[in-house]
Design a protein around this ligand. Structure first.
Ligand SMILES: *Cc1c(COP(=O)(O)O)cnc(C)c1O
Length: 499
């Protein structure tokens, strides 16, 4: 193998190459793979990207990290993946006022930002299988708070030598998200609802990755595990691309000067999306602030305020279900950087979290080392008001997750009066994925049936529902099992035995 990027677990396990890291998904010590260094991009590199289309930009950035793959190979994958988007630039920017932009990340097949990574991950994984000479089938396990599930099912359906099993919280996703998953086609797709919340699903899935007996059993059945969750570095890398690409676009459109710092505002759940922005920053992208937006489950806001990460609190179901998470897995990667890549320190913090549901880092040190991070949260009422006001003011319809980010941005602005800095708000889902709640925010009227809400929302806003949503009505429910959260392992074995 050529001299390439290697990856180390946040909990200390030795280095692996990019193909292996994508295949494994998570390190066997339970830690998350992180690149051994951040490749740099200069202003010259950024200016050169101006002439490239989105797939070329993606291939270029990915080639800096995924050094087991050739540039041409990555370009082929990126072209295939991003041709499925309904916008030429895959992740276009919309200007809402002088200094504020929306980065639309939902132009892919399932209308959520997860598509940006999950349309290309199957190619990266298939490529990795070849490079590693993997003969076993790849078993993709997914825990989803709603959007990852459908995007992964769509990306991996009918991919050779691959089975995908998605676990989602039965009561914790929107009606549209549930329907999208229940109607997933493909001979290798499996969808299971669990009685529990996302954290339960994520914990159960993560446990399987470190359960030696289970791994052995699956191996005897001919499977090797991998993950399509954002713990897989193959999910994060494609997300770095759009932060850099948006900067290129701002420069091309003369919205910023070369080297000018900008803000990113990101609605956070598992912390993968905003971590990708941080990785872009470490590569050299000029970023002033990362605004970590949370809903009522404001563990992250409290963490950035106080240095204490504490999940001993009530869990709320909100109208932004993909952010209803208490244990944000990818924060471990930020903590790894915060501690100066001290694996022992990371391990002891994670141990604290396991034992007492909390850990604490020094508040002053947190501010000193990561001053760019600021957390804000939005209450349900504030989120609804933002959807209504934003539509009235800009004639632009926000989904509830993006509205949480706009709400956080408004709070940031009233705290800082930061009128000088260009701010880019990551828009993570299409509003028609949450028609009942968006319609209610606009009209104060509740329409219980999703399909009726879609029609009424169309009539009210004049915005046409995307075909991926409109078609759902005609689709057949193919997956409807519900199991207790303790039954995940047994169910998994049963599903695979039937195959
Ligand atoms: C997954 C998701 C988020 C949270 O992203 P993370 O990378 O998990 O922080 C926010 N909004 C939507 C619509 C999502 O699907």
């Amino acid at each position: 193998m050529k001299n390439g990027m290697t990856y180390k677990s946040t909990r200390g396990e030795e280095a692996e190459s990019s193909a292996k890291v994508i295949l494994n998904g998570i390190a066997s010590d339970g830690g998350l793979y992180t690149p051994s260094f951040f490749p740099s991009i200069t202003m010259e590199d950024i200016k050169e990207m101006a002439g490239l289309d989105y797939a070329q930009r993606a291939a270029y950035i990915l080639s800096l990290y995924l050094t087991d793959y050739g540039y041409d190979e990555l370009l082929e994958y990126a072209k295939k993946a991003y041709s499925r988007f309904d916008e030429e630039m895959a992740a276009p920017l919309t200007k809402v006022d002088e200094k504020t932009f929306i980065l639309e990340l939902w132009h892919g097949p399932t209308l959520a930002f997860k598509d940006v990574a999950l349309t290309i991950l199957p190619y990266l994984l298939t490529g990795a299988r070849k490079k590693q000479g993997q003969e076993k089938k790849t078993l993709i396990l997914v825990a989803t708070s709603g959007d990852t599930g459908k995007a992964a099912l769509e990306g991996f359906k009918d991919v050779e030598n691959t089975e995908i099993v998605v676990f989602y919280p039965n009561e914790g996703v929107s009606a549209m998200q549930k329907l999208q998953m229940q109607t997933a086609e493909g001979s290798n797709t499996h969808v299971v609802a669990i009685e529990g919340n996302f954290d339960d699903a994520q914990k159960a899935v993560k446990d399987i990755f470190t359960d030696k007996a289970m791994i052995k059993k699956l191996s005897e059945m001919g499977y090797e595990l991998s993950s399509a969750n954002s713990i897989n570095f193959g999910r994060l890398a494609p997300q770095i691309v759009y932060y850099i690409s948006s900067y290129v676009d701002l420069l091309v459109n003369e919205e910023i000067e070369e080297g000018e710092e900008i803000n990113f505002i990101v609605p956070c759940g598992n912390f993968g999306n905003i971590l990708a922005a941080y990785y872009a920053y470490r590569m050299g992208l000029p970023i002033k602030h990362f605004i970590v937006a949370s809903n009522k489950n404001k563990v992250l806001t409290d963490f950035f305020d106080t240095g204490e990460y504490n999940i001993n609190r009530e869990f709320y179901r909100t109208i932004s279900p993909s952010m209803d998470i208490l244990v944000s897995s990818n924060l471990e990667r930020l903590i790894f950087e915060f501690t100066g890549r001290d694996c022992e320190k990371v391990k002891s913090l994670i141990e604290d979290l396991k034992e007492s549901g909390m850990y604490r880092v020094d508040e002053d040190e947190l501010y000193e080392k990561l001053p760019q991070f600021i957390g804000y949260f939005s209450t349900e009422e504030e989120t609804r008001t933002v959807i209504e006001n934003f539509f009235n003011e800009y004639n632009y319809l926000l989904d509830p997750h993006t509205a949480v980010a706009v709400s956080a941005y408004n709070k940031y602005m009233s705290d800082t009066y930061d009128n000088e800095t260009v701010s880019v708000i990551a828009s993570t889902a299409h509003p028609f994925k949450f028609p009942e709640d968006v319609y209610e925010a606009l009209t104060k009227k509740r329409e219980k049936s999703g399909q009726k809400a879609i029609k009424k929302l169309y009539a009210y806003t004049g915005i046409k529902p995307p075909s991926a949503i409109a078609e759902l009505e005609q689709k057949q429910i193919l997956h409807d099992i519900v199991i207790p959260k303790s039954g995940i392992k047994d169910t998994l074995i049963k599903i695979l035995q039937k195959d």
